[in-house]
Design a protein around this ligand. Sequence first.
Ligand SMILES: [Zn+2]
Length: 681
Amino acid sequence: MAAAVEIVAANAEEFGPGNPFYGSSTLPFQAPPFDLITDAHYEPAMLAGMAAEAAEVIAIADNPAPPTFENTIVALEKTGQLLSRTLSAFSAITGAFTNPTVEKIQQEMAPKLSAHGDAIALNPKLFQRIAAIYDQRKTFALDPESARLLELTYKGFVHAGAKVTEADKATLTALNAEESTLSNAFNQRLLAANKAAAFTTTDKDALAGLSDEQIAAASASAKSRETDGYVIPLLNTTQQPALAQLAVRATRQAIFERSWSRTEQGDDNDTRDLITRLAQLRAEKAKLLGFDTYAAWKLDDQMAKTPESALKFLDDLVPQRIAEVAREQQDIQELIDAQQGGFQVGPWDWEFYSEQVRKARYDLDEAEVRPYFELDSVLQNGVFYAATRLFGLSFQQRHDLPVYAPDVQVYEIFNADGSHLALFYTDFFKRDNKRGGAWMSSFVRQSKLLAKEPVIYNVCNYPRPAEGQPSLISFTDVTTLFHEFGHALHGMFSEAQYPSLSGTSVPRDFVEFPSQFNEFWATESEVFANYAKHYETGAPMPAELAAKLKAAAKFNEGYGRAEVLAAAQLDMQWHTLAPGSPLQDSESFEKSALATKGIAIAAVPPRYRSTYFAHIWGGGYSAGYYAYLWSEMLEDAAIEWFNANGGLTRDNGDRLRKMILSRGNTEDLQPMFDRWLKSSE
Ligand SMILES: [Zn+2]
C-alpha cells in the first residue's frame, strides 16, 4: 500500500479537477463523459484512484474506534469509487475501442493494480477488524443482505490468505508468483504451438471440399508465413472447423493429429512440464490455505460449494451423454457404410459425416434464413419484445449521451409504471480495434448504498454491412443477442444495497444462468414470429423453414456435450490431486482420468486436451470448467418451469425478476434458485 501512496505523490500534479474522472459524472445516471475523456486522463486517474483507495482502507484499518459493521464492512463498500469509475470506462475502451496508447497503459498498470489488490487483501489490521465482527456476528441484528455481505467479506479475505501465518504468507506469495509465471509461460508456449502445428501442404487436391475462398485464404496464410502451398491454422479446440468439409480422409486425420499433439512434441512448445508442476503447486497452495485439494479451495465460494457436489453432477451426466453420442455415432457409421467407406468413424471423420447427415435430414441453407434476421428487428422485435412481454419494460433511444465509438447506441429503459430502470448501450459491429466474442459489462454498477442506478452495455462482433445495406445475421448471432441481453437484465434489475453483491457479481457457476436462459426466448413461438420477418417484404419466415432451422440447431448436440463433459472431468481430476503428490505423467494421467470417469470415447476426444487446456492453466477456469454445464442444468430446469407454468407471461417474468434477477449475490444462490423453482409464491 505504501507503494501506491508513493506512486501518487509523483503524479499528483497531473490529477485535478480538469480530469473528467475527478468527480462523479454529472451526466444522467452518472454515465461516463466520453466527450471529455481522452487517453491521457486514464493513467493519472488510476494512480490517484489507487492512492485514494489505499488511504481510505488504511483509515478503516487504523480507526481507533472498536470495529463495527458500519465502520468497517460498510465503510469498505464505499472505498475505491474514483478507481472504479476510471476502470469501468477504461476496460470498455481496451475491450472494444483500443489503441496502442491505452494498451501500453494497460500493460504498465496491470502489476500495479494486482499489487494494490494484494496489499488490501493481506492487510493484517484490516482483517483483524473483519474477523472480530464476523466472530460476534450473532450479537448483531443484521438484516439478511448485511449478514450475507459480512460473511462474503470475511470469507473473501480468508480465501485470499488473510488467515495464513506470516511465514506461510511468504510461501503463499512465492507459490502465487510461480503459478503466474508458469501460467504465463503456458499461454506463450500454447500460442507458439498453435502456430507451429498448423497444417501445411503443397498439394491442392488434399484440400478437396473447401470453397475457393477458403483455399485462397489457406494460400494467403502460407504466403504470410513465407512458405509454399497452403496453410490451415489451428484453433484452440481439439476439433478444427475445416474437418467438416475436407473430403480427403488422410488430410482430416493429419490435421486432427497435429491438433491433438500440438503441445507434446518434445520441443520448445511442449507444455507437459508446466501443467504437471501447476497441478502440483496448486495442491500445495490449497493445503497452505487449509483445504484438502485445490478444487476444494476454488469451489468454496461457488454455487457447487465442494468438488464432491460438482463431481457428482458431472458423473451423473455421463450415461446420458454416452447414450446421445452413441445414437449420433450410429447415424454417422450408417452413412459411412452406405458410402462403402470401409472404416470405423474416427475423431477426424465426425464433423465431416455429421454435416452430411445434417444436410440430408434438414436440408437447411444458411443463406435462406438470414434475410429474416435483420439485426435491428431482432433487437427491437425480438430481444426487447420478449422483455416487454415478461417484465413490462419499454425502451427509448437517447441521442444526447456521449459514446466512446460512433457505432454505439444508447437506450433508456423504463419499468411498466414508467419509472426509470437503466441505461443500456449497444456496440454491435466488428472493428479492428475490438477483441473477439461478445460480452456484457457495466459503466455504473447498481447499489442503493451509493445511490447508483445501472448503466449497462453489450458488445458483439457482427459483420458490418456495406453502406446502405441491412445487417442480416445468422441464427447463432440471434442467440448471442438474447444471451448478452440476459446478462444485461441481471445487471439492470439489481436491487442490492451493497455494490459488491449487486447484479452479475455472482459465482461463476451461476453467472451464465440468466444469459443462457434468456436464449430460450429466441425460439419461443410468439417471440420468434414477432421478429423473424423478411427485411424487404416483412413476411414472416415460412413455417417449414422455421421448423427446419429449429431442428437443425439441435443437431449433433450430443457430440458437443460429450466433449465438454470430458474436458470438465479432466479439469476436476487434475485439481483434486492430493497435496504432496509427485509430478504426474500427463498422458497417462489423462487416459486414466477419462477411463475412470467412463467418458473415454475413441471418436469423441475432450474439447481440450490437458496440455492445451488454456481455460484451466492459463485462464480463470481452473477447477471451474464444469460451470458451463452447471449453468446449463439451471437453464434446463428453468425452461421446464416456464413450459409448465404458462411460458411468456408478465406474472412469470415478474416472479423471475423478483426472486432471482433482482437479487444479485444477496443470498446463497442454491436456496434462492430452489425457492424460485419450487415454491408457488
Ligand atoms: Zn455469457
